[in-house]
Ligand binder design. Structure first.
Ligand SMILES: NC(=O)c1ccc[n+]([C@@H]2O[C@H](COP(=O)([O-])OP(=O)(O)OC[C@H]3O[C@@H](n4cnc5c(N)ncnc54)[C@H](OP(=O)(O)O)[C@@H]3O)[C@@H](O)[C@H]2O)c1
Length: 295
């Protein structure tokens, strides 16, 4: 497949930076990429040096997105955990349909449902529906919690040698994944010519809370203590750290979701074999991620 791919989130934000890695992987395979960035900065310059064409704009603005789709055959869509997902989805779905896009791979969450506790997760359900209705060959990457997300939490608690999150008892289990594995699956699906399943549930490793705290401790060379914080206290600390209301609302509901054993009815807790099948590599473990990330 050598047609032009529009990659959104291409500069890569503070979470999984999936768009940046998808851009790099596609360019390395000789696929032409138009990288959609919010602003011209060093990250955008670097994408240009790698061979990407640049489109600068706001994903919520049709006047920016429509021209960026000119001549595009496939799209990678991601939007940060901030307000605006549904605006950006509606803009992209309508512009991609008009442009005749044949395949659109989008980053969703593990278990989007109308009944989900998190408003952001409910928005992902709507977003999936809108892309399906647009008939643009939507493929939904239903990814679990990124390692990058927990890394932010661990760094926040580091001064007190604690990892403080309301995730329940230490033997509670959490399905996790590297943002880079989500990107690798996305790039593989955008590069492939064969028909693809419309949903990919993405889990890279399943750990108990005690195991994950031990992995962070090893990587940080510290004896970390897990503190099963009260929900209100976690929310207050996260807001005090300057995190956006939308993000804090989503995460606080996410911790509640994963504390509830009923979550297993709606979300898979098995490592996804398709990650290795599609990318040729088994998923990265948390230990491997931290060895690079916290160096
Ligand atoms: N984190 C997790 O644990 C997790 C788990 C499962 C699913 N997800 C899903 O993954 C998605 C986030 O993907 P990601 O981690 O790759 O995101 P990310 O690292 O936060 O990157 C977001 C990118 O979007 C760009 N951007 C932000 N607002 C924009 C706008 N209005 N117009 C154009 N570009 C804009 C950012 O540019 P700037 O940097 O210049 O602002 C950045 O490059 C979310 O939908 C989330 O629900 C996350």
């Amino acid at each position: 497949m050598a047609g032009l791919v529009l990659v959104t989130g291409a500069a890569g934000g503070g979470q999984g930076a999936t768009g940046r890695l998808v851009t790099e992987l596609l360019l390395a395979r000789g696929v032409p990429v138009r990288a959609f960035v919010r602003t011209m900065d060093d990250r955008a310059e670097r994408l240009k040096e790698l061979g990407a064409e640049l489109a600068v704009g706001d994903l919520r603005e049709i006047a920016d997105v429509k021209p960026a789709l000119d001549g595009v055959e496939r799209v990678f869509f991601t939007y940060p955990v901030l307000d605006g997902l549904l605006d950006a989805t509606a803009v992209m779905a309508s512009a991609a349909k008009q442009a005749g896009v044949q395949r659109l791979v989008e980053v969703s969450q593990l278990s989007p449902r109308v009944e989900a506790l998190s408003p952001r997760t409910r928005q992902h359900w709507v977003s999936e529906q809108v892309f399906d209705m647009a008939d643009v060959g939507a493929i939904h990457l239903r990814a679990t919690v990124f390692y990058e997300n927990l890394r932010v939490l661990a760094k926040a608690g580091a001064p007190n040698d604690e990892l403080a999150v309301p995730l329940g008892p230490g033997d509670n289990v959490l399905p996790l994944i590297a943002g880079s594995d989500v990107a690798r699956v996305g790039a593989a699906l955008l590069h492939a010519n064969n028909p693809a399943e419309p949903f990919h549930y993405l889990v890279g490793q399943v750990l108990t809370i005690e195991e994950l705290v031990a992995e962070f401790g090893k990587a940080m060379n510290k004896s970390l203590t897990y503190v099963n914080l009260d929900d209100d206290e976690w929310r207050a600390r996260a807001l005090a750290m300057g995190r956006a209301e939308h993000t804090v609302e989503h995460l606080s509901k996410l911790w509640q979701t994963f504390r509830n054993p009923a979550v297993r009815q709606f979300a898979t807790f098995d490592v996804t074999p398709a990650i290795e099948r599609l990318t040729g590599n088994r998923p990265e473990t948390l230990a491997e991620f931290l060895a690079k990330d916290l160096k």
